[in-house]
Design a protein around this ligand. Structure first.
Ligand SMILES: NC(=O)c1ccc[n+]([C@@H]2O[C@H](COP(=O)([O-])OP(=O)(O)OC[C@H]3O[C@@H](n4cnc5c(N)ncnc54)[C@H](OP(=O)(O)O)[C@@H]3O)[C@@H](O)[C@H]2O)c1
Length: 347
């Protein structure tokens, strides 16, 4: 990915959002090939709004007249009006209901973001429904389209910290019921893709981070408020959300039948201890730790994505500096921790 000029500090949400929706030159070049309505399913969550707005901006700058159509229930109505303000059309729909799909426009290109993770312990059947019924309905409705569909690195077993992370050909060995349902989501995409020869790029994402949520923000918040940092899950991968969204959209070029799985995350593995200590320096705070690092962690190897599309452009050291300033200056947070430290799979 080509780098854009990165600011030293992100001072407010408008600056953050502008950065998150500024497309790379590679995305603008790719977008010239897009046409017609492009539907983004599950666009109302943490990633969808900036992904859809970034895609629309890239399309506009490429000279294409394609239109992004963002579909979600829009439980958060602010995300809907924000999308409309950024030139994205919106449709409110519950995509667990087959009849909702009749209201959606025909499309040759689908970006699929629907998923649910938290609350699985309390309501496991809801997690299974969202992660398996919605993909089946979407793949039926858009069987002649090409898809990029979000999955997660949680489909893999924990791997040795010294081993460089799970690769796409590793067996799927999920830990806990959410992760099983995430494998279920992949299996439904795989089944429907083989049945109808629908091309799919299956994106196994490990932790997008912007400044309002993400692993980096979880750590920054704990250091800022003096909470102990559990080292048991001692290592992680993560990716700046702007880079993740850019690469997700460009992965449309990699869609295949049967689906093409692609790990999407940092090339580097980050140490919880080192990132927390860096926050301590930047914020002038003492850092409290508990536990010790395990020999395994939830880690993915991003070499395939990096070779095919280029490595993420935004250095995590830069994101850590932005996050230290954001958290200490009272920047808005979503209050949605990633719970990346969980090792028993119970979410
Ligand atoms: N963010 C990450 O770091 C991360 C990491 C790994 C994997 N992923 C995957 O990436 C995808 C996007 O991530 P995200 O963080 O944006 O997830 P998210 O915040 O949970 O957003 C997904 C959105 O899907 C929509 N949705 C759920 N049920 C729906 C239904 N029945 N009908 C229509 N829309 C529905 C919801 O929006 P409404 O309430 O508006 O319907 C929800 O906000 C997810 O599938 C997730 O599994 C994300």
């Amino acid at each position: 990915m080509s780098t854009i000029n990165l600011p030293d500090v992100i001072g407010n949400e408008a600056e953050l959002e502008d950065l998150l929706i500024t497309p790379s030159q590679e995305l603008i070049d790719f977008s010239a090939s897009l046409s017609g309505p492009i539907v983004v399913l599950g666009a109302g969550g943490k990633m969808g709004p900036t992904l859809a707005a970034r895609a629309q901006r890239a399309i506009d700058q490429s000279g294409s007249n394609a239109q992004i159509v963002a579909v979600s229930r829009f439980s958060d109505p602010i995300s809907r009006s924000w999308l409309e303000d950024h030139g994205v059309q919106t449709i409110a729909a519950d995509l667990l209901r087959q009849e909702s799909f009749n209201e959606l426009p025909d499309s040759a290109t689908v970006i699929y973001l629907i998923g649910t993770k938290f609350g699985t312990r309390q309501n496991p059947s809801h997690t299974w429904a969202v992660n398996t019924i919605a993909p089946a309905l979407a793949m039926q409705r858009y069987r002649n389209a090409r898809f990029v569909a979000l999955s997660t690195g949680n489909v893999y077993a924990f791997s040795a910290v010294s081993g460089g992370g799970s690769v796409e050909t590793d067996p799927l060995q999920p830990v806990g019921e959410y992760a099983y349902a995430a494998v279920g989501r992949e299996r439904i995409f795989d089944h429907c893709s083989r049945r109808d020869q629908t091309p799919v790029a299956l994106i196994r994402l490990n932790y997008a981070t912007d400044l309002r949520y993400g692993v980096i923000i979880d750590l920054a918040t704990k250091v800022a408020t003096g909470q102990p940092i559990d080292l048991t899950q001692g290592y992680f991968n993560c990716i700046w959300q702007g880079d993740a969204n850019d690469l997700i959209i460009r992965s449309l070029a990699l869609a295949e039948s049967p689906p093409n799985p692609i790990n999407l995350t940092s090339v580097e593995t980050f140490s919880v201890r080192e990132v927390a200590q860096r926050f301590g320096e930047l914020m002038n705070r003492n850092v409290n730790f508990s536990g010790t690092e395990s020999e395994t962690a939830l880690l993915s190897n991003a070499s395939k994505c990096s070779q095919l599309l280029g490595p993420p452009a935004t250095p995590m050291a830069h994101v850590v500096r932005w996050a230290a300033h954001w958290v200490t200056s009272g920047g808005r947070l979503l209050g949605k921790p990633t719970h990346f430290e969980v090792r028993d799979g119970a979410f």
